[in-house]
Design a binder for this molecule. Sequence first.
Ligand code: KG4
Ligand code: ZN
Length: 333
Amino acid sequence: MSTIVHGQTALHANFGGVVPEIAARAHVEKLDTCVTQALADAGLSLADLDAVAVTAGPGLIGGVVSGVMLAKGICAATNLPLIGVNHLAGHALTPRLTDGIAFPFLMLLVSGGHCQFLLVKDHDDYTRLGGTIDDAPGEAFDKTARILGLPQPGGPSVQQAARGGDAKRFKLPRPLIAQDGCDMSFSGLKTAMIRARDAVIAEKGGLTLQDQADLSAGFQAAVADIIDRKSRWALAQYMAMNPPHPVLAVAGGVAANTEIRARLTALCASMDVAFVAPPLALCTDNAAMIAYAGLERFAAGQTDDMTLSARPRWPLDQTAAPMLGSGKKGAKA
Ligand code: KG4
Ligand code: ZN
């Protein structure tokens, strides 16, 4: 009924990336005013609610703890049921909120911290078909922007700079692209970007706007090629299940990229698969997706109690072998 997003981009702008302590503090400062605003916009009070859903991970722990504590406070005061939601489930279920699509569907989750193909069989049943073995594409966009002197977040600024660029001028690698399966890798591409930039600077003493545009276009085309090729592998595995209404859906901030969207739209059209890309505001982090994922858990009778804790690591597919950030503490996502 209402969704309030209080972005923090400006707070982190001078640091070239998200500063965890600043992020945590901003959550503490803004959460209660966002909740008050959301209720006011919806014309509701706490007494009108049926439950409280909150992101319980995975993610930067300070912000997640702030949210979980606020939700517990509201539930303690009102006796409403508390529902802890996996942040990635919020992204993965968004196409059901926006387009009402049925299970099973194939989801490509591409954000600043994550990149994976998920077979979504139910709101709490996911199979990971593959994903990045190093950086997430959003992270690569952000680093590329930093390398080229473009503003953060990098996705939108690299996309903007790429508009007048020649994607073929620089030869950039597409790691793992020729390998079977739908695992991806972006870190070699990042290193190649640094080298390509340094070569231009060594030659001319700096980057012109055209150099920036060509490097941005080359990088974006490489990411789009990787995602396109690996989506073919994921779709082949999904189609082998004979889904009655095949759907590829995208979520996460990188799903906002117009070139990547165009490539996936064409790929799906060629395979008779519906392509669902939620509106941009629902692709990047937002409250509505968490409320919706909470609704699916609530409808299934799955609520939590006051022992709910914030989890920095919380894979959607608990059985898949860890890929990213797996150490003693287990898989990140
Ligand atoms: O899903 P999200 O809002 O946050 C999480 O990472 O959870 O995704 C943010 C990421 C950032 O890395 C940002 O640079 C990227 O999404 N992004 C884009 C675009 N818009 C945002 N990447 C490529 N093209 C875009 N248009
Ligand atoms: Zn996210």
